[in-house]
Design a protein around this ligand. Sequence first.
Ligand SMILES: Nc1ncnc2c1ncn2[C@@H]1O[C@H](COP(=O)(O)OP(=O)(O)OP(=O)(O)O)[C@@H](O)[C@H]1O
Ligand SMILES: [Mg+2]
Length: 227
Amino acid sequence: MTLARMSTGVPAFDNLLGGGLEPRVITQIYGGPASGKSVLCVIASVSCLNEGKGVIFIDTEGFSIERFRQVAGKDAERLAGSLFLYEPHDFDHQGIVIAGLDRVLSRGGIGLIVMDSSTGLYRTNLEKGHDAMQSLSKQMVHLLGYAKRYEIPVLITNQVYMDVQKNTFVGLGGTALAHISKAIIRIDILNRYRKATLEKHRSLAPGGSFEFDIVERGIFVRNGGTG
Ligand SMILES: Nc1ncnc2c1ncn2[C@@H]1O[C@H](COP(=O)(O)OP(=O)(O)OP(=O)(O)O)[C@@H](O)[C@H]1O
Ligand SMILES: [Mg+2]
């Protein structure tokens, strides 16, 4: 059985993912500060809301209502009525929020779960010297359970650290987070624009990409995208 993918509302973004966000799995977007992770999450959320479905949005960085308004346009107020926003204040609270989502999901009508970012609060715990990896894995398994039970996509973002040996930035959360994410998109900030590259996918070769600028309404795709 194949379930329809959820359109992000941006053809190049959909193409990169082989037709949109895949239900029943976790898709991860990772990249450095200001690379465009949050705006891609808002774009996907607005697309889902425009389809008449609700969105659970877990935001650990302070949700920008203004940015949501810019992307959603004139329907922002109406669409916001189906946006279930959660703002956990620390990593433990993030786990509690995730564990409690069944109450909203079981009422039906939710089309997407977003967690932006999955590792911001985790990073804080790491910096305090706590062993947070196991808790992060547990949170992800929980989210994956919802994706499967409710047959919806889960979209997470991930922060990065500099791997000095490889001289490149790497997603946080180790291999556990990479394994549990069935599609992974990396965003690079190039000279004057950004580039989204497919790094991992279940049914597509990696390497597809599209280039974009961040603009008021969301993103402006500079080429049609490849792959
Ligand atoms: N209305 C707008 N018009 C043009 N650019 C914008 C607009 N709003 C935000 N930006 C740009 O978008 C970028 C931030 O994008 P976004 O918040 O998606 O990044 P991010 O990857 O989530 O970063 P972080 O890791 O810091 O959360 C900034 O460069 C900002 O200047
Ligand atoms: Mg962000």
